[in-house]
Write a protein that binds this ligand. Structure first.
Ligand code: PHE
Length: 488
């Protein structure tokens, strides 16, 4: 079978940006900045991008384009015994797929509601009771929330249609529509936010630099964690996407463009988020610290309330906001699905059409768990573990395996061959020393805090199930690498 290729360099760049820009850019970056030194946080963030995000992206692009395979096969071609690491990235991606799709499902429901501000005046009650019908414990699944189920099915249907069409006609083409639209929506949202009364106070909170924070190790941990997550490193995605590059592709410059675009999106989005929060605090006569929120609470509870309070252009802003969420998350979801489907295609020499059907069937099946009344608990628990013990661990494995065993210099030479900017010896140092050391430290800190107290105050048994799923994923990864039927 001949491997699919991107039609144009721009198409590849847009698809990779589509994967990187996701919910994290919207609901996490600005909050992390706010908590970790405001404007001063840009310093550790940029350093994290330059010393970890970009170098690892170059490594993953190098692997994919050199070995022309999805993560397991690319790593296997570097060295036979590396294959399971690729599978661990693929399976971690799959686990994320199952709940990420549900968040896209919620977003679709909100997008429809946005036309009439249909979430009503009590946005917390709408989200928790009316929409999710959250039960009292992770063990009480109850039945499905039907609006969520419909949103979820719609999400899978769209992903299915795009994935079936393949790299050029599906992923590349949709990125060419989604990405420009996403940036337009971003600009619309920022303009609306900064023209609101009180927005400047919010933005001041977002960016007021506190340089004393730079001596706090937690701030650096946050910067590296966010840079890493945002680019979707260690998730088999960037290896897969770069395996569709034509020969003689620029690797290094592409990695810079994609990472900086991703960082810029996050930074600019912060003006929309904190501008709107600033307005809300002003309108309610509260301090910013009383309205600030992140993650699910920000997008599905706090901002809908702020949208209710806008002095004008309510519907337009609400629709723009949820469309932005849907597009950002959908293009990331597509990349997650592609990482899995592509690995199956390679391993079993399966046709795209069949691999996509299989991936979507399994994905849909497992995602149903999160559409139950206890879904949000499981989403929270599994998301917590997979980020540390999925992405970060794979990042460590990749850098050690390729940097030390296979040879960083071989990938560097490959990456430099057709690149405008050339990676120097600094790159080897980042790959061999800085990245594994920093990531190892993050795992150590996370493990310590996980052992000190059960995450989120959940029932320890539920935590065990969450952690158990991760362990199961690792076992399956080994198993996959032992199955024989495969291309060499
Ligand atoms: N990077 C995406 C975000 O910021 C999420 C993502 C993580 C996508 C892992 C793919 C893989 O939301």
């Amino acid at each position: 079978m001949t491997r699919e290729v991107w039609n144009t360099r721009t198409g590849f760049i847009l698809a990779a940006i589509g994967s990187a820009v996701g919910l994290g850019n919207i609901w996490r970056f600005s909050y992390i900045a706010y908590e970790n030194g405001g404007g001063a946080f840009l310093i550790p963030y940029l350093i994290a991008l330059l010393t970890a995000g970009i170098p690892l992206l170059i490594l993953e692009f190098g692997l994919g384009s050199k070995f022309l395979g999805s993560a397991p096969i690319a790593l296997k071609r570097a060295k036979k015994s590396f294959e399971w690491m690729g599978w661990w990235g693929v399976i971690a991606s799959f686990i994320i797929t199952t709940y990420y799709s549900v968040i896209v499902g919620w977003s679709f429901v909100y997008l429809v509601k946005a036309f009439t501000l249909g979430w009503g005046s009590d946005t917390g009650a709408f989200f928790n009771n009316e929409l999710l019908h959250v039960s009292d414990s992770p063990w009480n699944l109850g039945n499905f929330s039907y609006p969520v189920l419909i949103g979820l099915l719609m999400t899978w249907l769209i992903v299915w249609v795009i994935e079936k069409k393949g790299v050029q006609a599906g992923i590349e083409k949709s990125s060419r529509i989604f990405m420009p639209l996403l940036w337009i929506l971003l600009i619309v949202l920022v303009l609306r936010a900064i023209t609101l009364e009180g927005s400047i106070n919010g933005i001041e909170w977002y960016l007021k630099p506190d340089f004393s924070k730079l001596t706090d190790i937690k701030v650096w941990q946050a910067a590296y964690g966010q840079a890493f997550y945002s680019l979707g490193l260690g998730m088999a995605i960037m290896i897969t996407y770069s395996s569709y590059l034509p020969k003689k592709s620029d690797i290094v410059n592409n990695a810079f463009i994609i990472s900086l675009a991703d960082g810029a999106f996050s930074f600019i989005m912060g003006f929309a988020v904190f501008g709107t929060l600033g307005y809300m605090a002003y309108a309610k006569g509260l301090g910013i610290e009383e309205v600030v929120a992140q993650s699910i609470g920000l997008v599905f509870v706090v901002l809908p309330e702020a949208l209710n309070m806008l002095p004008g252009l309510k519907t337009l802003t609400a629709v723009a906001f949820f469309l932005c969420i849907v597009i950002a998350a959908l293009s990331s979801l597509i990349s997650l699905v592609e990482a899995f489907a592509s690995a199956i295609m390679d391993k079993f020499e399966m046709k795209r059409s069949k691999a996509v059907d299989l991936t979507i069937c399994f994905g849909l099946l497992f995602s149903l768990i999160y559409a139950t009344r206890a879904g949000i608990y499981w989403l929270d628990i599994i998301d917590h573990f997979i980020n540390t013990y999925g992405l970060i661990i794979v990042g460590i494995l990749e850098t050690v395996a390729i940097g030390w065993i296979y040879g960083a210099d071989k990938i560097r030479e490959w990456a430099n061959a057709y690149s405008d900017i050339r990676a120097g010896i600094w790159w080897d140092i980042c790959i061999k020393i800085i990245i594994p050391a920093v990531l190892l430290y993050i795992v150590y800190r996370e493990t310590r805090s996980n052992l000190a107290a059960p995450y989120g105050g959940y029932d320890p048994a539920a935590i065990m199930v969450g952690a158990g799923i991760i362990v199961l994923g690792i076992i399956v990864s080994f198993f996959m690498s032992f199955i024989k039927k495969e291309i060499e």
